[in-house]
Design a protein around this ligand. Structure first.
Ligand code: ADP
Length: 590
């Protein structure tokens, strides 16, 4: 593209050229007309003079008095610039106002003379060698008795005519210059006036192009430009409105996407990421701006997801699947994929929605494990009971010594069954009440709770001769359910007794630490190894099954404690070292 020129500089020179051309044309034309007119006038003048002279010279023809004629002509010629010549039909010059006729050529072949000799007036303009100038000639015949007896010719140099015109030329030229200057000025003014609104519109268009759609172009008074400006304003207004709508819709979509718990991924047909929401960013630990337009394989390292994306893009139906993110812990995602199509049915990409179902999975697993555990726990005593009862029936009843022993074992297992069922019932009751918010909490004294625990546990500690020590401030109060908290502490003290060697001591303490009430149960027993610590609060989880069973454990005690503490809005912690003992601490909000 060449260098751009302003519109005015494209229009203005052509204006000027038109003005100059029309002035020149007009000048030349009027000069031609003037020249023709003046030549006509000149000829008419010559003609009039010729006719006048005709009367004057007619007399000379009657007696061939040529010398007298010549003298007369010279006299007339002295007072006028017109040259008068009298020629005979032979072409001989017999008189001339300015020259000696003797020295003049034969004039018979001069065109105007020829015409006059033929009986009609003749005229001609041509260059005269003798005078070295353009001359106009007019010739009239002199007739007597219907016969041409001579010719009178008048002539005048045309230079005289141009000289007459010269001052007029100058005036014409000056007037032309004035008109040219005026025309140049006017056309400059008009061009500038036209240029201004165009510039306004151009500036407006530039503002629109820069995105300032609320700008309005001033409407020029010119019809066409006014309409153009109005159309542009209208266009900008509509564009602005559409953009506002689009922005609003985009913001709404953005808000919906970022509020979604589900991870959302939008991909194009080449499996490149177009957008991801905040949940997806968190789930895959990616940055939305960094992964945009990168392939899903490159951005997210998960083969399950890659396979799922490919199969979604391959079909047009809603695709369902499961994706696992390996980690600590593993995450299980339920995936829904659907292709995105335009109005024409062409596939634009895919929408993938991922739902984290890890918690659901964990709950399911816990339930499955729980059912398996309960069955297993119940099966052992029932099998024993059944075995011994059968043995008794098959004859052992008749052996009183063994019968008594067998019955004792049956009772022991039945007790265990009842213990397990009691614990299960108590656990499910606490869980249910906590879920329904039916566990009543009221301000109670921790000291009171300790006193109840002391009463219950005294007999349990005695057989192993374990010393129980209690320490609690008098005024220590908390929002509690006295019965449940007592049960929780009893369970902890019970465990401490069970897993401690005889003659050792167990310390139960209550104190206030910052905004918490802390109740600790400390023993000097066998302790729990690190890898078991995290799981001992699970139902039926036991570090050493045989030992737990031997001491009458059900594997539910700590689970009950945990649920009670949670129902109080608190938490339970444990610190333990193998061979040195364990400290369980219940933290309740003060
Ligand atoms: P159990 O009825 O078997 O005691 P719990 O739920 O009360 O079940 O405890 C789970 C497991 O945690 C026990 O089997 C035991 O191995 C371990 N444990 C609990 N308390 C203590 C403790 N004070 N010292 C050592 N191990 C303990």
């Amino acid at each position: 593209m060449g260098k751009r020129r302003k519109l005015i500089w494209q229009l203005y020179p052509s204006y000027l050229i038109i003005v100059v051309l029309s002035l020149t044309g007009m000048g030349l034309y009027s000069f031609k007309i003037l020249k023709e007119l003046s030549q006509e006038g000149l000829l008419a003048n010559l003609q009039a003079q010729a006719f006048l002279v005709q009367e004057l010279v007619k007399r000379s023809f009657s007696g061939d008095r040529w010398a007298e004629l010549d003298k007369q002509l010279k006299r007339i010629g002295a007072s006028t610039s017109t040259r008068i010549t009298v020629i005979l039909p032979s072409g001989k010059v017999v008189g001339d106002s300015h020259e000696n006729p003797e020295r003049m050529d034969n004039h018979a072949i001069r065109p105007e003379i020829k015409e006059a000799l033929a009986g009609k007036p003749g005229s001609s303009t041509r260059y005269s060698l003798s005078l070295n100038a353009d001359l106009a000639y007019f010739a009239v015949p002199v007739q007597r008795d219907g016969r041409v007896v001579g010719v009178i010719r008048t002539s005048v140099p045309i230079t005289a005519f141009t000289q007459v015109l010269r001052p007029f030329f100058l005036e014409f030229f000056l007037a032309g210059i004035v008109i040219l200057v005026l025309a140049a000025g006017v056309s400059l003014y008009v061009s500038r006036r036209m240029e201004k609104p165009i510039e306004q519109i151009q500036r407006g268009a530039a503002r629109f192009a820069q995105g300032d759609l609320q700008f309005r172009v001033e409407t020029p008074r010119s019809e066409e430009l006014g309409a153009l400006a109005e159309s542009m304003n209208e266009m900008a207004a509509q564009l602005h409105q559409r953009l506002t709508t689009i922005t609003q819709q985009r913001n709404e979509l953005e808000a919906v996407l970022s509020a979604m718990v589900e991870a959302v991924l939008v991909l194009d047909t080449r499996e490149r990421i177009l957008r991801v929401n905040q949940s997806a960013e968190k789930l895959f630990q990616i940055d939305a701006t960094k992964v945009r337009l990168r392939s899903v394989q490159e951005a997210i390292r998960n083969t399950d997801l890659h396979r799922f994306v490919t199969s979604t893009l391959a079909g047009r139906m809603l695709v369902e699947g499961e994706i696992v993110i390996i980690g600590d812990p593993d995450k299980f995602l339920q995936a829904h994929g659907v292709t995105l199509t335009d109005a024409g049915g062409h596939i634009l990409g895919a929408l993938i929605v991922l739902n984290d179902i890890s918690r659901l999975r964990t709950v399911e697993k816990i339930r499955r494990d729980f059912v398996a555990n309960v069955s297993h726990e119940l099966k052992t005593p029932i099998t024993s009971i059944k075995g011994f009862l059968e043995t008794l029936k098959e004859g052992a009843l008749n052996d009183p010594e063994n019968a008594e022993r067998f019955l004792d074992i049956v009772i022991k297992h039945t007790d265990r069954l009842s213990l397990i069922i009691e614990d299960l019932l108590s656990l499910s009751r606490i869980e249910r009440d906590a879920e329904k918010g039916e566990i009543a909490l009221e301000t109670g004294s921790i000291k009171e709770v300790f006193e109840a625990v002391e009463k219950t546990c005294r007999d349990k500690a005695q057989p192993k001769n374990i010393r129980l020590e209690y320490a609690v401030d008098d005024g220590l109060n908390a929002e509690i359910n006295l019965t449940l908290l007592e049960q929780a502490i009893v369970n902890l003290v019970d465990n401490a007794i069970k897993y401690s060697e005889p003659e050792s001591s167990v310390k139960v303490e209550g104190h206030k630490a910052r905004d918490e009430i802390v109740i600790t149960v400390q023993d000097h027993g066998c302790g729990i190894s690190r890898d078991h610590l995290a799981r001992i609060f699970e139902r039926f989880y036991r570090v050493d099954k045989a030992r737990s069973r031997k001491v009458g454990g059900t594997g539910l005690g700590l689970s009950i404690v945990r649920h009670i503490v949670i129902a109080h809005g608190g938490r339970i912690e444990v610190e333990s070292f193998i061979g040195r003992g364990s400290t369980f601490s219940i933290h309740l909000p003060a």
